[in-house]
Design a binder for this molecule. Structure first.
Ligand code: NAD
Length: 450
C-alpha cells in the first residue's frame, strides 16, 4: 500500500511513500522502547549537545526544508522559511533547557524531601498538516530534552518534512531509535499509538473532534495526553484603537497560511463607533494580500490543502460577502480572502472554518465585547486593540483564552507557553512549561534521623 503526496498549488504528485499500518507502528514503538534507557541516562550536557547539533543541521538545511514544506503544504516560501527558522530556534531552546528543568528541595520534618523530573518513556506525537515541521518540533524539543524517545506520526497529507528531519536527527548522531517517524492513517497508526501499552503519553495537535477520540482512547490506560486543538479566536478592536494599524494587521491574523491556522483571529469584533471606518480599511488591506504561486518570494497566501477541504471552507460562505479577493484560476486548491458580516450566532462565527474566511461582528461596549469573545466553545488565542492600557489588561484578564496579544496579533514565541482554554485543549507547548508535559514529578523523602 502506498500513499501519494500532492502539491496543493499544482495538484501534481510530489512523492509516493509506503503507507504504514499497525505492524510498522508496533516496530517503531519497539525501537523507541529499546533506545529509551540509554537516551534517558545520557549525561544532560551530551543530550543538550546532540539537540544543539540538530538545531545547527536544521539551520544548514533551512532552504531545503523550506522548499519541502512550501511544496507539500502550498505555503508561501517566505512564510515557510520563517517557520523553519523557528524549528531551529526550538531545538536551540530545548538544548539549553535540558539541565535547567530540575526539581526542588522542600522543608519537611525529620529529613529532606526532594523532587526529580523523570522521563516518561516512549511518547507518541500526532501532528496535523497545517504547520507540519513547526508543530512536530514543539513536541520533539521538550520530549527529547526530558529524555524520552518518540514515535512521530505526521499527517498523511504532509509527511515529507518530518521524514527529512528524522534523517537529520541521525546525522546529528542522536542514536537510532530515539526519533521514529511513521507515515500512515490516523485511524490506524494514530489509533495504535494511543492504545499501545508501551506508549506512555500522547502529545496531540489536531481537531477538537479527533482530540476527543484521543482522550477517550487514552482513558483505558490513564495514558498522559496533552491536546492542542481547534480555535475560533476573536480580534477585538475598540474605537479608541489605532484603526489604521489594527486594520492593516487584521488580514494576516486570519489569512496567513490561507486561514489554516489554529490561532486564526477569524472573528473580527469591531466597536460600533469605529465599525464603518474600520471595515473600509480592512477591505482595502485584505484586497492587497498577495495570493498566488507559493514559490514566489512576494506571495503572502497560497492554496488550501486539498479539494475536499476547499469544499468545506466554501460551505461557510452563503450569499454575497462583504468582500471577496482574487485567487488564481486553474490547478491548485485556491480560495480567495473573504470577509463576511455576521452575528456571533451564525455558523461562520461558531465553527472553525480553517480557511481564509473572516466574520466581522459589531459590538456596543466593553462588556459586550467580552461576552461575544467568550461565547464560543474554544479558547486558544486572540487580540485586543485599544490605546487604553487599563482596558487592555482588564479585557485580557476577562477573556477565556490561552494566548493573547495587545495591539499586535502575534502570540507564538519559542520562549513563551502556548495552549488553549476550554475545548481548545490542555497542556502547554513551548517555553519551559512544555517540559512539564514530558516528565513525571517524583518526590523522594530522605530521613535524617540518627
Ligand atoms: P485532524 O484532527 O484531522 O488530524 C490531526 C492528526 O491526527 C493527523 O496526524 C491525523 O492523521 C491524526 N488522526 C486522525 N484521526 C485519528 C484517530 N482516530 N486517532 C489518532 N490520530 C488520528 O486535524 P487536521 O485536519 O490535520 O488539522 C487541523 C486541525 O488541527 C484544526 O482543528 C486546527 O485548529 C488544529 N490545530 C491546532 C493547533 C494548536 O496548537 N492548538 C495547531 C494546529 C492545528
Amino acid at each position: 500500500m502506498t500513499l501519494t503526496v500532492v502539491n496543493p498549488a499544482t495538484e501534481e504528485p510530489i512523492a509516493e511513500l509506503p503507507r504504514a499500518g499497525e505492524d510498522e507502528t508496533n516496530e517503531a514503538v519497539a525501537r523507541a522502547k529499546a533506545a529509551f534507557p540509554a537516551w534517558r541516562d545520557l549525561a544532560p550536557q551530551d543530550r543538550s549537545r546532540l539537540l544543539r547539533t540538530l538545531a545547527g543541521l536544521v539551520e544548514e538545511h533551512a532552504e531545503e526544508l523550506t522548499r519541502i514544506e512550501s511544496e507539500n503544504v502550498g505555503k508561501p516560501i517566505a512564510g515557510a522559511r520563517g517557520e523553519v527558522g523557528m524549528v531551529a530556534q526550538v531545538f536551540h531552546f530545548y538544548a539549553g533547557a535540558v539541565d535547567k528543568h530540575g526539581g526542588e528541595t522542600i522543608p519537611v520534618a525529620g529529613g529532606v524531601a526532594a523532587t526529580f523530573r523523570e522521563a516518561l518513556g516512549v511518547v507518541g506525537l500526532i501532528v496535523p498538516w497545517n504547520f507540519p515541521l513547526n508543530i512536530a518540533s514543539w513536541k520533539l524539543g521538550p520530549a527529547l530534552a526530558c529524555g524520552n524517545t518518540v514515535v512521530l506520526k505526521p499527517a498523511e497529507l504532509t509527511p515529507l518534512s518530518a521524514l527529512r528531519l528524522a534523517e537529520l536527527a541521525l546525522e546529528a548522531e542522536i542514536p537510532e531509535g530515539v526519533v521514529n517517524v511513521v507515515v500512515g492513517p490516523g485511524s490506524v497508526v494514530g489509533a495504535r499509538l494511543i492504545e499501545h501499552p508501551d506508549v506512555a503519553k500522547i502529545g496531540f495537535t489536531g481537531s477538537t473532534e479527533v482530540g476527543r477520540d484521543v482522550m477517550r482512547g487514552a482513558a483505558g490506560q490513564i495514558k498522559r495526553v496533552t491536546l492542542e486543538l481547534g480555535g475560533k479566536s476573536a480580534n477585538v478592536v475598540f474605537e479608541d484603537a489605532d484603526l489604521d494599524k489594527a486594520a492593516a494587521a487584521a488580514p494576516y491574523a486570519v489569512f496567513d497560511n490561507a486561514g489554516q491556522d489554529c490561532c486564526a483571529r477569524s472573528r473580527i469584533l469591531v466597536q460600533r463607533g469605529a465599525y464603518d471606518r474600520f471595515v473600509e480599511l480592512l477591505i482595502e488591506a485584505t484586497g492587497s494580500v498577495k495570493v498566488g504561486d507559493p514559490s514566489d518570494e512576494a506571495t503572502e497566501m497560497g492554496p488550501l490543502i486539498s479539494a475536499q477541504h476547499r469544499e468545506t471552507v466554501a460551505s461557510f460562505v452563503n450569499g454575497e460577502p462583504l468582500f471577496r479577493g482574487e485567487a488564481p484560476e486553474g490547478p491548485g486548491y485556491w480560495f480567495p480572502c473573504t470577509l463576511v458580516q455576521a452575528s456571533n450566532d451564525d455558523r461562520v462565527a461558531r465553527e472553525e472554518v480553517f480557511g481564509p474566511v473572516a466574520a466581522v461582528i459589531p459590538f456596543k461596549d466593553e462588556a459586550e465585547a467580552i461576552r461575544i469573545a467568550n461565547d464560543t466553545p474554544y479558547g486558544l488565542s486572540g487580540s485586543i486593540w485599544t490605546r487604553d492600557g487599563a482596558r487592555a489588561l482588564r479585557v485580557a484578564r476577562a477573556l477565556e483564552t490561552g494566548v493573547l496579544s495587545v495591539n499586535s496579533n502575534s502570540s507564538v514565541r519559542v520562549q513563551t507557553p502556548f495552549g488553549g482554554f476550554k475545548q481548545s485543549g490542555f497542556g502547554r507547548e513551548l517555553g519551559m512549561e512544555a517540559l512539564d508535559g514530558y516528565a513525571e514529578v517524583k518526590t523522594v523523602f530522605l530521613s535524617t534521623e540518627a
